[in-house]
Write a protein that binds this ligand. Structure first.
Ligand code: NDP
Ligand code: 8X3
Length: 254
């Protein structure tokens, strides 16, 4: 039986690259995103390789997610893997200067959207049993603070802890749970974060040889194709150019 993977946020970046990687390997795909034109174009392209079903939806909209999943054609009933990838960061301002609307959007997308798809698809993953997987896309920002990571980092810390807790609850079902925690990767992520500012986007990646979406897709493909008795709990990756700054100290009292 052909395996099926459900990927949220497939209209760009990691999600799109991951869809291509799994299509190349012949997996059936359920792909989601808000931008219909992009989703339609990707589904049309990949349908030359495999069966693809697109769901135009906003993961923040619980009813829309429920309706979309309920509408899946029977041929996509059996699910082997869920890639919870849809997410975003908005801004790098200090907390005291941040927009509460931006904070809410990050919580609604990165936390609430992720728990909606997880909870709604769990019965299908459990029905698959041994060899099924949930792959959550966390971030190094969930492990280490940096100025301006505030709520974004908090949402990704949630993803890490939720992933670990899920593993406990899924004991005996055969369903695996993994959290990948990438560092600097080149994608529209930074255009979104900087409100479309191309100069800030360029400065983010200049000279850094960042990770590319295809690298992340390979990592996800590797994790989801491990033997069924192995669970990759978490996998943190950075470009070689990135490491940790020292502790910072306010010296204004001197
Ligand atoms: P992109 O901006 O390229 O892709 C984000 C994807 O998420 C898009 O397909 C977008 O689709 C989708 N998305 C965003 N909001 C929603 C929503 N409300 N409903 C449905 N889909 C949504 O960024 P990346 O590929 O880089 O990011 C993917 C994930 O990786 C995110 O969770 C991000 O936090 C994480 N990450 C990124 C890193 C990086 O440096 N790039 C590093 C570590 C983690 P659409 O707009 O069409 O809805
Ligand atoms: C994205 C990576 O370092 O910009 O999650 O927070 S970082």
């Amino acid at each position: 039986m052909t395996s099926t993977v459900f990927i949220t946020g497939a209209t760009s970046g990691f999600g799109e690259a991951t869809a291509r990687r799994f299509a190349d390997a012949g997996w059936k795909l359920v792909l989601t995103g808000r931008r219909k034109e992009r989703l339609d174009a990707l589904c049309a392209e990949l349908s030359a390789k495999t069966e693809v079903h697109g769901l135009v939806l906003d993961v923040r909209d619980r009813q829309a997610v429920e309706a979309a999943i309920a509408s899946l054609p029977p041929t996509f009933d059996k699910l082997q893997a869920l890639v919870n990838n849809a997410g975003l960061a908005l801004g790098v301002e200090a907390a005291q200067n941040c927009s509460l609307d931006d904070w809410e959007t990050m919580v609604d997308t990165n936390i609430k959207g992720l728990i909606y798809t997880t909870r709604l698809l769990l019965p299908r993953l459990i029905a698959h049993g041994r060899g099924a997987s949930i792959l959550n896309v966390g971030s190094v920002a969930g492990n280490y603070p940096y100025p301006g990571s505030n709520v974004y980092g908090g949402t990704k810390a949630f993803v890490g802890q939720f992933s670990l807790s899920l593993r406990c609850d899924l004991r005996g079902t055969g369903v695996r749970v993994s959290n990948i925690e990438p560092g600097l990767c080149e994608s529209e992520f930074s255009l979104v974060r900087f409100g479309g500012d191309q100069a800030k986007y360029d400065a983010t990646y200049a000279g850094a040889e960042p990770i590319q979406p295809q690298d992340i897709a390979e990592t996800i493909f590797w994790i989801l194709n491990q033997p069924a008795h192995i669970n990759i709990n978490s996998l943190e990756l950075m470009p070689v150019s990135q490491d940790w700054a020292g502790f910072s100290i306010d010296r204004s009292k001197g």
